[in-house]
Design a protein around this ligand. Sequence first.
Ligand code: NAD
Length: 308
Amino acid sequence: MKVTIVGAGAVGASCAEYIAIKDFASEVVILDIKEGFAEGKAMDLMQTASLNGFDTKITGVTNDYSKTAGSDVAVITSGIPRKPGMTREELIGINAGIVKSVASSLIEHSPNVIIMVVSNPMDTMTYLVHKTTDLPKNRIIGMGGALDSARFKYRLAEALDAPISDIDGMVIGGHSDTGMVPLTAHATRNSIKVSEFISEERLNQVAEDTKVGGATLTKLLGTSAWYAPGAAVSAMVQAIACDQKKMFPCSTFLEGEYGLEDICIGVPVLLGKNGIEKVVNIELTEAEKAKMQESAAGVRKTNDLLDL
Ligand SMILES: NC(=O)c1ccc[n+]([C@@H]2O[C@H](COP(=O)([O-])OP(=O)(O)OC[C@H]3O[C@@H](n4cnc5c(N)ncnc54)[C@H](O)[C@@H]3O)[C@@H](O)[C@H]2O)c1
């Protein structure tokens, strides 16, 4: 398993670190446009290998796509992150150009690659890769829901005063402050609905805190978060590398599922060696269905800004 990570910034380096620590990939190549930056991050990470006990070989390159040849999975984290007060949608002007050219260079050197899009606005960037490349839809995956679900579980555990391992829950919909759809009615603690443990008002607060989870961190950190995004990417790459058929909410191109088409948005999927192996249809409540339609309208508004 060879994994390329484009962008050696906060998120890209975190992805490389978690992938290496889990030790399921033989090779990780980090590529950045900034001279020497990826080489530096790779060398620093390799110097943790004997301490953290991994054998994954990490190398860094400055914009040399020939070194990414034969990648099984490529993660696109290149582009600008948001600053406090910004929405993810405001990044489209700069990030669309970067994501489009990066995807095309990756495919030129690795025609069988599975592309995982992280750069924001992520659903629109995933749609852009779908519209501007020939890759089949199972090989284009947007990462957002796995992170948002991890944030949802964190907030639920806090509200229930429970260990996170007791909690299960999922966030679908668009990866934006207003578009996320935390599935509060489906969330459980050890198979018991969380509504048995906390009031409806508290549960609604958990959903609202989840939706602004990224913005909350951006305000605290001065830039967007990286540990949980890196962990989410590494779990998804591992599911592909180890053919786990594990379920994650991912942004994928829909053709009628959930009543939506010609859009990339977060829905539950199974990840395995072929990328997205199946879109999982779950029965949503009427309220969740309405929220999903609203979320899709928001994503479409951002998609309309693309120069396709
Ligand atoms: N989908 C998610 O859940 C999620 C979560 C967190 C961050 N993000 C997004 O990920 C992106 C990266 O965030 P970050 O905090 O790592 O930013 P960062 O600024 O730390 O890193 C971005 C890196 O991309 C590099 N880069 C820019 N243009 C490039 C190009 N054409 N080719 C190769 N490298 C290039 C930059 O030199 C920089 O090192 C942002 O768009 C951010 O909004 C998404």
